[in-house]
Design a protein around this ligand. Structure first.
Ligand SMILES: Nc1ncnc2c1ncn2[C@@H]1O[C@H](COP(=O)(O)OP(=O)(O)OP(=O)(O)O)[C@@H](O)[C@H]1O
Ligand code: SF4
Ligand SMILES: [Mg+2]
Length: 351
């Protein structure tokens, strides 16, 4: 199997018609050979994957693997000066985020792709009532041309409905509150309401519940899953929390050193990992079935700083199975970019 992601991608659907075609089967998101360097450091390498309507895909990896950078690249939010190659197509907008203008990106955000960040306070304006912030998102993308006054009534109703949908009690009261008057869980629901306001085709969530306590976390996760299910949209869910991925997603991408090292159905990857990094991640996680009295294993060493990953297999400086063969970039083994791994000495034992 080729290591070239363009060849790997050829195994996936290739047709690119127009977004308005009835029965359009193109993936909502189609990423091919996406690479990013910032300040002379190559941080993301040759990412190739796609997400279809109705799919919930997890992106996992330790801190510093490149998960957040991937999400920023998909929304066109990388810092000025970042060098980006490859493509990341949003079918709904019929737009390649790579090379898109600020105007095109602003139009796509909200309608075609929207994002829930880890820390809700950074996503909210502290000086504005939350209802007005939800309304602003709706109006920003509402049919251009109509007078805002004419839409004020329906927009207010829509704001209340959205706040209700994300499980906020007394939505009218919440709408009048400022962000600091709400709890962390309430703020994260407001952020989710804003993200869902315009029925985006793709929702990207980056550690959306890390700051929340366990019961609130479960409710917010449930809202995300239901929001995606009822809209038949697509989800990219970023986290280092494997049990959460097992609950929320049906497919998973494993990232290390800015590369996707393994991909496949959660049911398979989490029970029969192939890449030695995935195997290490699973050993270090408390997935259901783990003995609570057995201490978790840890992956030896730590994630190298940006630009300091080794040549060849990015994991080889921490891998107990590394040999000289691993000094060359391992080829992708698998039928498609969505299902396979890049490891020359894969794990094969049933867990
Ligand atoms: N703007 C930037 N300029 C330079 N390097 C950056 C920038 N943003 C991220 N990096 C580097 O890129 C690598 C990946 O960072 P990223 O934030 O994507 O990790 P992550 O997988 O999201 O980690 P975490 O789980 O901690 O959120 C890190 O080494 C980080 O230092
Ligand atoms: S390719 Fe080699 S170094 Fe990389 S994970 Fe597999 S065995 Fe370890
Ligand atoms: Mg991150």
């Amino acid at each position: 199997m080729s290591a070239n992601p363009a060849d790997r991608a050829a195994a996936g659907p290739a047709a690119h018609g127009h977004s308005s075609v009835v029965g359009d089967e193109r993936p909502v998101l189609d990423v091919r050979g996406l690479s990013v360097s910032i300040g002379g450091h190559d941080l993301l390498h040759d990412l190739t994957f796609s997400i279809r309507r109705g799919e919930r895909v997890g992106l996992i990896g330790e801190s510093g693997s490149g998960k957040s950078l991937t999400s920023l690249a998909l929304l066109g939010l990388l810092p000025e000066g970042a060098r980006v190659t490859g493509s990341a197509r949003l079918a709904g907008a019929d737009l390649d985020v790579v090379g898109a203008s600020d105007r095109e990106l602003a139009q796509a955000r909200g309608n075609d792709v929207s994002m829930v960040f880890q820390e809700p306070m950074t996503a909210l304006n502290p000086t504005m009532r939350v209802g007005a912030q939800v309304a602003e998102t709706i109006l920003m993308h509402a049919g251009r041309g109509g007078r805002p006054e004419a839409r004020r009534g329906p927009v207010r109703e829509r704001v209340t409905t959205l706040l209700e949908q994300v499980g906020l009690p007394s939505p009218a009261e919440i709408a009048r509150a400022y962000p600091h008057q709400l709890s962390g869980g309430q703020r994260q629901r407001v952020v989710l309401a804003i993200a869902l306001a315009n029925d985006p085709e793709l929702l990207v969530c980056d550690e959306p519940t890390t700051a929340l306590d366990v019961t609130v976390q479960a409710r917010v996760l449930d809202l995300i899953v239901r929001g995606v299910e009822t809209r038949n949209s697509a989800l990219l869910f970023i986290t280092h929390d494997l049990p959460v991925v097992a609950t929320v997603c049906e497919r998973v991408l494993v990232m290390y050193g800015g590369r996707i090292v393994e991909a496949g159905p959660v049911s398979e990857v989490f029970t029969r990992p192939r890449h030695r990094y995935t195997e290490g991640l699973l050993g270090a996680s408390d997935l259901e079935g783990a003995d609570p009295l057995t201490p978790l294993e840890t992956i030896p060493g730590s994630v190298p700083p940006a630009g300091m990953f080794p040549e060849g297999c990015v994991f080889r400086t921490r891998c107990a199975h590394a040999t000289s063969e691993c000094e060359v970039l391992p080829p992708w083994s698998g039928a498609s970019p969505e299902h396979g791994y890049a490891c020359v000495h894969p794990a094969g034992v049933d867990r």
